[in-house]
Design a protein around this ligand. Structure first.
Ligand SMILES: Nc1ncnc2c1ncn2[C@@H]1O[C@H](COP(=O)(O)OP(=O)(O)OP(=O)(O)O)[C@@H](O)[C@H]1O
Ligand SMILES: [Mg+2]
Length: 390
């Protein structure tokens, strides 16, 4: 499988989170947002993690989306537990063999051996500290799709525990615990940092740079090597197509494969065929959003509209919101009714709305915001059923 290594970006972030930049706040937690399928997880596991390990750090990675049904708090605790277990395996065995209930590590830390591998929120801090001590190296915890932690109370508790672990373990010039959180939606990730009661209040969200021209150059180079007949590959056209694919390598590479297939009935250069597939994909994606929207009942549409319009300032039940729903649906709308509509947007397949444990709501797929803005600009909002359509 083709993998374009992002060495420079990995090195840059590794330096930042260790607090080696004079200015910058990444040692307090690095929050990275980038849209879906743009290569976040690949970058974190294939580029950043190896780079941090190469620099002598212990890296623990968890993707809260791999088991969407499992409680995010439990997932975080588990992965830390596992890392600890692999460092303390010998210790646990010794303890069990000798029947000790707790053991001293280096005479300083005490850990309840019965809890190794089964850690609750309260002991997360202890577990991280123990991991740091027993490994003798600073620890980096990477939480992919971190916004998912906010969908459960245990997940929120885990985030608060991590914040407190960070504060207890770090001091100026001495960074022992680093946190990297990524998410596919800036708005949702913002809820970890954006108000007084948010666990990482004060931190900034950065946009994870998307793959760009260097990725295209790498792919074009490979193609020219493998199929000299394609020389010179037109990188500008491919680059533009990649952008139209929303910088999503998977769709781009699939289109390349399709355009180069001996069975593809294309005329002219393959680059133009890739560009045409990109345009088609864009139309398909937007048609899907339109049909999802039109499949909703009037109140659900109005609520979704309000969310798209207000973005982070969306308040589902304030007087203005209720007046808005009323105006759009030409009927009386109570807060109760609006709540039912929100609930059914959440239960929609695929879910259209995301809800945090504190009952904050956001549009589930951030791409919908772009679709909405484009239509507003083109004065084609809201979508309407085609007359005579089936
Ligand atoms: N550097 C890269 N080189 C080649 N292909 C890549 C690269 N990064 C990502 N991809 C491909 O793009 C697809 C999406 O990657 P990945 O799962 O890392 O994205 P993601 O942003 O984490 O997606 P999701 O939003 O679903 O979690 C995968 O098929 C992956 O193989
Ligand atoms: Mg991912």
């Amino acid at each position: 499988m083709l993998h374009f290594q992002r060495v420079a970006l990995a090195q840059e972030l590794a330096t930042a989170i260790q607090g080696k930049n004079l200015f910058g706040d990444a040692h307090n937690g690095l929050f990275l947002a980038a849209p879906r399928r743009t290569g976040k997880s690949t970058f974190l596991t294939e580029d950043l993690k190896p780079e941090l390990e190469r620099q002598g750090l212990i890296v623990v990675y968890v993707d809260l989306w791999t088991h969407k049904r499992r409680d995010p708090g439990e997932l975080i605790a588990n992965v830390i537990g596992k890392a600890l277990q692999s460092h303390l395996g010998w210790l646990a065995k010794t303890a069990q063999a000798t029947g000790l209930e707790s053991v001293n590590i280096a005479g300083a830390l005490k850990i309840d051996t019965s809890k190794i591998g089964r850690i609750d929120g309260a002991t997360l801090v202890e577990a991280l500290r123990t991991l740091r001590e027993s490994a003798g190296k600073p620890v980096v915890l990477i939480i992919d799709e971190a916004q998912h932690a906010l969908t459960s109370e245990a997940g929120e508790d885990a985030m608060t525990a991590l914040k407190s672990a960070r504060d207890q373990m770090n001091a100026p010039g001495k960074v022992n615990l680093m946190l990297v959180m990524s998410g596919s939606d800036r708005d949702k990730l913002l809820r970890l940092v954006n108000n007084n009661s948010a666990p990482f209040y004060g931190s900034q969200i950065q946009r994870m740079p998307e793959l760009g021209d260097d990725f295209i150059a790498y792919v074009a180079d490979l193609m020219e090597q493998q199929q000299p007949g394609l020389r010179p590959v037109n990188k500008a056209v491919l680059s533009h197509a990649f952008e139209r694919f929303g910088h999503r390598p998977q769709f781009f590479l699939a289109a390349l494969t399709e355009a180069l297939s001996p069975f593809a009935a294309i005329e002219g250069r393959f680059e133009s065929a890739v560009a045409a597939i990109a345009e088609q994909r864009l139309r398909d994606d937007q048609a899907q959003m339109e049909s999802d929207y039109l499949g909703l009942n009037p109140l659900e549409r109005a609520v979704l509209w309000r969310m798209l319009e207000k973005e982070q300032r969306f308040r589902p039940y304030d007087a203005d919101a209720l007046a808005f729903y009323q105006q759009k649906t030409a009927g009386k709308v109570s807060a109760q009714k609006a709540q039912t509509a929100l609930e059914s947007l959440r239960q929609h397949n695929p879910p259209l709305v995301w809800k945090s444990a504190r009952s904050e709501y956001a549009v589930d797929d951030a791409a919908m915001h772009r679709w909405y803005r484009e239509r507003v600009e083109a004065k084609t909002w809201p979508p309407v059923e085609q007359v005579g359509a089936a």
